[in-house]
Design a protein around this ligand. Structure first.
Ligand code: B16
Ligand code: MG
Length: 221
């Protein structure tokens, strides 16, 4: 990796910039209860980073239920309405610790930044957190057709930033996202539980202690 001149950082949103995973979980669990089964936090790990419809398929698999296509669309819309209700109350204080400091440092260093999120609610979340103007580009679930682990989200972000994949670093909290970065031949820093993110190139537990210098040193080894 030595000699690579990194030019961009692409951030997943849910679980990296803000902990919306717990709101997704509350909404999916509510749907599971309506459908007559329980849904644990452990089972919820399988939904992280994957699209809304794929998440519903996994939920139904867990509960041993089948729904028609129309019923699935209605169920996904119900879950989303509950989720949007939770995130409409998000506050800037919920930005995860150290994120804004790290974004400021990247700006000072001339490193480009993007959001690469599967969520169709990314715009609403970023507006609630006053972060809309902090990224050069935002690639969300409205801009792409293929869900993570397909690399489309991250490749689109790199293209929109005008950087090569080899010059980009992805920050991800979900297995599907780490795979998506690697499928796009990008380096990936896992944010969170090392047991869930084994395939990441480096794992950090958050942004509080992170500096750009440290990232460059780790990735140049
Ligand atoms: P929505 P990310 C992902 O966001 C979430 O991790 C995942 O749990 C969710 O199902 C997906 O967005 C779609 O979200 O229902 O809001 O469109 O982690 O890629 O930022
Ligand atoms: Mg995520």
């Amino acid at each position: 990796m030595s000699g690579v001149n990194f030019k961009a950082c692409i951030f997943d949103l849910d679980g990296v910039i803000v902990d919306t995973a717990r709101y997704h979980y509350l909404a999916w669990r509510r749907l599971a209860h309506e459908l007559g089964f329980d849904f644990s936090l452990e089972q919820n790990e399988r939904l992280k980073g994957v699209s809304r419809m794929r998440s519903l398929e996994i939920l139904l698999e867990v509960g041993g239920k089948t729904l028609s296509q129309t019923e699935m669309e209605v169920a996904a819309a119900r879950k989303n309405a509950w989720y949007v209700d939770y995130i409409s109350r998000l506050q800037p204080e919920e930005i995860l610790p150290g994120v804004e400091k790290f974004l400021n440092e990247l700006k000072e260093q001339g490193i480009k930044t993007a959001i690469g999120s599967a969520s169709k609610n990314a715009g609403l979340i970023l507006r609630r957190l006053n972060l809309m103007d902090r990224f050069e580009t935002i690639v969300d679930g409205h801009k792409v057709t293929k869900a993570k682990p397909d690399p489309e989200i991250f490749l689109t972000a790199a293209r929109e930033l005008g950087v090569k994949v080899s010059e980009s670093i992805v920050f991800e909290d979900a297995q599907a996202g780490v795979e998506a970065a690697h499928n796009g031949k990008m380096l990936c820093i896992g944010v969170g539980d090392p047991d869930m993110l084994e395939q990441a190139d480096i794992i950090i537990n958050g942004f509080e202690q992170l500096t750009w210098e440290r990232v460059k040193t780790w990735l140049s080894r």
